[in-house]
Design a protein around this ligand. Structure first.
Ligand SMILES: Nc1nc2c(ncn2[C@@H]2O[C@H](COP(=O)(O)OP(=O)(O)OP(=O)(O)O)[C@@H](O)[C@H]2O)c(=O)[nH]1
Length: 718
């Protein structure tokens, strides 16, 4: 194992430095029959005697042993860890946090105590693991698992199904594909009946991660030996078998060291006639080498992926270093001027491209969502356009308001015709309502341009916060300056509309056609209801379902036709004579008549401060209201259509195109000033620091690649 320690340490160091997770080495798990020597094998592999051993069932809970190498890199210890150079090896139990065990005898005692704590003293078992961490400069970062021995007959407090319970426990650990299975069988027992081998085969049928370990070869009957087994002849395993001799119970009682045990083991195999020719299959050192080799192959299998990660990181760092460029302090004034111009042009160009839809955003959003000019188009069509079409031509205008406006336009005497002045007044009021959405649309596009400008910042700009701030200010000022004329133009669009209500617009319904339509509708309704009465007031928005475009309602042909037809209807009288005096308004008359005969002295009521029509509208008033409404709707639709067309054009001309076309000149005239260039292109300390960190990181990654290559070419058996 010792050979691997420096290599793995080097890799771990490099990974620690570059912030990557270390290689996940396989766990080594021992399984085997009771007293076959599992704990002894593990101890020898680790090189430390700290596991309880003895006859009968000793390991009664899984022991998960995590080894941490403490040689020269960060140690995962508790906060009050003492890193004494004298006491540089210690153990810590999960169930005793913060307590350090510097003596391995004490560790062994604590394992016994903790086993008894949950299983009792009478040979009970438990699948609750004991977790022990060993910190040492002489170990690999490995996890080893010692499991209770497989037994068939329950004794003491053991449950009747002890065999099944232990089997389940073992299967849990050896099923992990990252586990190397040490299937321990005592040499002096029958290999064909080895529980360990049977169990290992059930989870690793190919034998890729199983090593057969034969213990107690020193206890075999004289004249017998394990050469057939070691030669892989009895139950063949892909990785074969290793024969070992652990310290016997007497050696342990006499406190013989592991080192002494290993020496005795070597002597035994060298002097034994059957094993002399099987040295490559004998001894704890051979087992350690096999483990080494497996670990090394595992590490090598991980290397291509690690290498990929490192080269990927290197490319990123190089890219960042390129973006950070040369320190500006080292650059001549003339070159600095060129760099500044370059940055300004790059920004202006990418802003222009973003507006025109030619560029791509720095953060690559163009595949997932709309970007740049496309967002402006969305604002025009989806936000402004849709909202405008949603406006009801009679928004904020009730039939009652219209009636009052008609009365007011009439003045002291009722008019003979539908008073035009009330249409003029009301339609202006409705047209004014369009201004606000137009102005809001400017704000939306303004925000969008601001957003685009921040997305267009070249990455190099991050180095120069002063320049970045000044560029932001310049762009913001430019955009702000463009906003006022745009607002003024949008307001003017409304003013222009209000300046002249063009009732001879070809799309306008006109008075005659409005009347004609109403007549048509009334006669239709009369026909249906066979009612002699004039129709009740239709709903607020006339008889259309909602706002509709004038073009859809009345084509030019319709218009001419309607004039004609309207004229015909006029001559026929009917409704027109009803409106303009042909028919008597009975209700009004009776109401006036109700004011009493001159013979009675009537006291007039007081004149109220605020006067409104409080009677129900007369039929004539209802009809007048309907006519005014269809005039308003028709004219409003004409203006809305104009506005829908003109607002985007105005915003594009005064705000978007103007800022796009003048951004480069603006930036240069504001920021390219001989005496300010050096200040603008001064890097902040953290940029310099970042460049240093990147350079260091690049060095580290280079070193990591070297190490990875070294490990790849390393020969474990040299
Ligand atoms: N002579 C000799 N004794 C051994 C050998 N291996 C183990 N022993 C002894 O066998 C007994 C059992 O050894 P352990 O290592 O505790 O066996 P285990 O498989 O861990 O035992 P459980 O955990 O109780 O199943 C101990 O007394 C060891 O000293 C060996 O190779 N030769």
């Amino acid at each position: 194992m010792e050979q691997l320690i420096p290599i793995v340490n080097k890799l771990q160091d490099v990974f620690g430095a570059i912030g990557q997770s270390p290689i996940d080495l396989p766990q080594i798990v021992t399984i085997g029959s009771q007293s076959s020597g599992k704990s002894s094998v593990l101890e020898n592999v680790v090189g430390k005697g700290f596991l309880p051993r003895g006859t009968g069932i000793v390991t009664r809970r899984p022991l998960v042993l995590q080894l941490y190498n403490t040689s020269n890199h960060s140690i995962p210890t508790s906060p009050n860890a003492i890193s004494s150079s004298l006491r540089n090896e210690w153990g810590e139990f999960l169930h005793l946090p913060g307590e350090k065990f510097y003596s391995f005898d004490e560790i062994r005692d604590e394992i016994v105590r903790e086993t008894d704590r949950s299983t009792g003293r009478n040979k009970g078992i438990s699948n609750k693991s004991i977790n022990l961490k060993i910190y040492s400069p002489r170990v690999l970062n490995l996890t080893l698992v010692d499991l209770p021995g497989i037994t068939k007959v329950s004794v003491g407090d053991q449950p009747a199904d002890i065999e099944d319970q232990i089997r389940e426990m073992c299967l849990h650990y050896i099923s992990n594909p990252n586990a190397i299975i040490l299937a321990v069988t005592a040499g002096n027992t029958d290999l064909a009946n080895s529980d360990a081998l049977k169990m290992a085969r059930s989870v690793d049928p190919e034998g890729n991660r199983t090593i057969g370990v034969l213990t107690k070869l020193d206890l075999m009957d004289p004249g017998t030996d394990a050469s057939d087994m070691l030669n892989n002849r009895i139950i063949p395993l892909r990785r074969g078998y290793v024969g070992v001799i652990n310290r016997g119970q007497r050696d342990i009682s006499q406190r013989k060291s592991i080192k002494e045990g290993l020496r005795k083991e070597m002597e035994f195999f060298k002097s034994h006639p059957a094993y002399r020719s099987l040295q490559h299959r004998c001894g704890t050192t051979t087992l350690a080498k096999m483990l080494n080799s497996i670990l090394m192959h595992h590490i090598r299998d991980c290397l291509p992926e690690i290498k990929n990660r490192i080269t990927g990181m290197m490319a990123d760092i190089q890219q960042e270093l390129d973006a950070l460029g040369t320190p500006t302090g080292d650059i001549s004034r003339a070159t600095l001027g060129g760099s500044l111009l370059g940055l300004l042009s790059k920004f202006a160009a990418s802003f222009g491209n973003a507006v025109d839809g030619k560029g791509s955003s720095a953060d690559g959003v163009e595949m997932n969502e709309l970007y740049g000019g496309a967002r402006i188009s969305y604002i025009f069509n989806e936000i402004f356009g849709r909202s405008l079409m949603m406006i009801d031509p009679f928004d904020g205008l009730t039939d009652e308001d219209i009636r009052t406006a008609i009365c007011n336009a009439n003045g002291p005497r009722p008019s003979l015709f539908v008073p035009e002045i009330s249409f003029d007044l009301l339609v202006r009021r409705q047209i004014s309502r369009l201004e606000q959405p137009g102005l809001q649309c400017i704000d939306l596009v303004y925000d969008e341009l601001q957003r685009m400008s921040s997305q267009c910042e070249p990455t190099e700009l991050q180095r120069f916060p002063d320049l970045r701030d000044r560029m932001c200010d310049t762009v913001s000022n430019l955009l702000r300056r463009c906003v006022s004329p745009t607002q003024m133009m949008i307001s003017n669009l409304i003013k222009v509309e209000l300046a002249y209500i063009n009732t001879s617009h070809p799309d306008f319904i006109g008075g005659s056609r409005a009347v004609a339509q109403l007549m048509e509708r009334m006669s239709r309704e009369e026909g249906v209801e066979s009612s002699p009465n004039p129709p009740a007031a239709p709903n607020k928005s006339g008889d259309s379902d909602g706002p509709s475009t004038p073009a859809a309602d009345h084509s030019e042909g319709d218009y001419a036709d309607s004039h004609h037809r309207g004229g015909e209807r006029d001559e026929k009288g009917g409704l027109m004579s009803f409106i303009f005096g042909g028919k008597k308004d009975n209700r009004r008359r009776s109401s006036i008549g109700g004011m009493g005969s001159p013979s009675n002295m009537v006291k007039l009521p007081q004149v109220p401060d605020t006067m409104r029509n409080n009677e129900m509208p007369t039929d004539r008033e209802r009809i007048e209201t309907e006519i005014i409404k269809s005039l308003i709707e028709s004219y409003f639709n004409i203006v809305r259509k104009n506005f829908l067309d003109m607002v985007p054009k105005t915003i594009m001309y005064f705000l978007v195109n103007h800022s796009k076309d003048s951004i480069q000149n603006e930036l240069v005239s504001e920021l390219y000033k001989e005496n300010e260039i050096a200040d603008l292109l001064r890097e902040t300390d953290d940029v310099a620091q970042r460049r240093r960190t990147c350079a260091e990181m690049r060095g580290l990654l280079g070193r990591a690649l070297e190490i990875v290559n070294e490990v790849r070419d390393f020969n474990t058996f040299k």
